[in-house]
Design a binder for this molecule. Structure first.
Ligand code: C2O
Ligand code: CU
Length: 465
């Protein structure tokens, strides 16, 4: 596609209005009658979003809201959530992304909830599990579409002894992206969308385009950033404010780490403390990142402003400093087993058209096949080898892992800090090594979190015994 066509496409795109005050996500009310319990209902159903004057966009929503309501519970809580699937004639599930829930409560594709049916998901949140998790549907073959039509929400597990000062607040920023047809509807996928994963033409923060937030000079804010897009890589930087990483997918890291930019691949989360010390405007925006693109029309990913912060001239109340230690992370024991997972795509033209495959160890997903058998409680070394022409974010259910090294072109590097992760980008031509231990028996999924790739077969089944 020529540059001229790209411009025409951008001009025609229906964009949300920008510059409205940033809204916090609606909180899912806890209906439990006793302490240490979280009880609620989530209903998935069709809804209408009013994007701009006179346009209606049919979407899917949890309890009428997209992103879905924010769930906040504490370590040690018992959780019981009734899921009502009111999506017209489509099975769904709720998958608790990153959370250590039993396999039969994980909402995986083998455990669908039929259209019109209800089910209760029940699990305990262990001590030490505080972190920034999320929930989304995971039905066989329909995950990508249900998520991009609006079904995704944040699930924050809090600790009662949190070292990050309460004065910083605690805000979730769910990053999603959206593309609209001229009539305001969300179009179906093209071949390009399937190959690359669906990338929208606007990135939204809590459902808003470039919303505004006002803070006082000297304020510190704790922000939990979620990449809840299907397929957009977000290389993020703050202009006019200083970012410090305090946590990853599975909670706090050991000590704060200053960062100029952050790459958040689909499915990943990061917890930041942002210091607003210069009056004026501070902006959270995107930088260019080439994650590999098949075919024409790679969307421009640099220069988008996601959030604009007005920092006052007059300083606010003094904020307590961030502690220099956050929490210890115990290393995993030496691995008893090591495994190699090779991610590859095949693209070939044949007599019947384009043949496309997204494979792990040469195979496409088969729900009836067990690909790996692991023992509960045993540490394993997983080596994820990306032989494809695109980056693929690797995700595994049921546990958090620790990345130990990245290797590319024979060069080995260690991650800059120890962290609990459930999703990690494996760049083109890269190998990522990680330590993983599943504690609970049952079947688990592992897959690429570009959801169209998951749909096209880049997923396997792990049986923990
Ligand atoms: Cu966020 Cu298997 O998924
Ligand atoms: Cu992928």
């Amino acid at each position: 596609m020529s540059g001229h066509d790209m411009n025409a496409m951008t001009q025609g795109a229906i964009m949300l209005p920008e510059g409205e005050a940033l809204r916090a996500l609606p909180l899912l009310a806890n209906e439990a009658a006793r302490p240490s319990m979280f009880k609620a209902k989530l209903t998935a159903e069709a809804a209408i979003a009013r994007i701009t004057e006179g346009l209606e966009t049919p979407i899917l929503a949890y309890n009428g809201s997209s992103p879905g309501p924010l769930i906040e519970a504490f370590e040690g809580d018992r959780v019981e959530i009734t899921f009502a699937n009111r999506i017209n004639s489509e099975a769904s599930t709720i998958h608790w992304h990153g959370m250590p829930v039993p396999a039969d409560q994980d909402g995986n594709p083998m455990d669908p909830v039929a259209a019109g049916a209800d089910r209760v998901y029940a699990f305990d949140l262990p001590e030490g599990s505080a972190g920034s998790y999320w929930y989304h549907p995971h039905p066989h073959g329909r995950t990508a579409e249900q998520v991009y039509r609006g079904l995704a929400g944040a699930f924050v597990v809090k600790s009662k002894a949190d070292p990050v000062p309460a004065e910083y607040g605690d805000m979730v920023l769910m990053l999603t992206d959206l593309r609209l047809a001229a009539d305001g509807s969300i179009p179906g996928n093209t071949m390009t969308d399937l190959m690359n994963g669906r990338v929208g033409d606007q990135v939204l923060v809590n459902g808003q385009r470039n919303p505004r937030l006002a803070v006082a000079k000297g304020d510190r804010r704790r922000l939990r950033l979620y990449n809840a897009t299907n397929a957009r890589f977000l290389k993020l930087a703050f202009e006019g404010a200083a970012m410090t990483i305090v946590g990853t997918d599975g909670g706090l890291i050991e000590a704060p780490v200053a960062a100029d930019e952050i790459l958040l691949s689909p499915g990943e989360r990061i917890e930041l403390v942002v210091a607003f010390d210069s009056p004026g405007l501070a902006t959270l925006g995107t930088l260019d990142y080439d994650r590999g693109w098949m075919g024409a029309g790679r969307p421009a990913d640099a220069g988008l402003t996601l959030l604009t912060v007005d920092v006052s001239e007059t300083p606010g109340a003094a904020m307590p400093p961030l502690p220099t230690r956050l929490r210890p992370i115990a290393p995993l024991s030496a691995p008893a087993v090591s495994r190699r997972l090779i991610f590859a795509e095949i693209m070939a033209m044949n007599a019947t058209g384009m043949e496309m495959g997204f494979l792990i160890n040469g195979k496409a997903f088969d729900m009836a096949r067990i690909d790996i058998v692991s023992r509960a409680g045993e540490t394993e070394l997983w080596e994820i080898v990306n032989q494809a022409d695109m980056d693929h974010p690797f995700h595994v259910h049921g546990t958090q892992f620790q990345v130990i090294e990245h290797e590319r072109d024979g060069k080995v590097s260690k991650p800059p800090f120890v962290a609990w992760k459930d999703t990690v980008n494996v760049a083109r031509g890269e190998t990522v090594r990680l330590l993983l231990r599943q504690e609970q028996p049952g079947r688990r999924m592992y897959h690429c979190h570009i959801l169209e790739h998951e749909q096209l077969g880049m997923m396997g089944v792990l049986d923990v015994r």
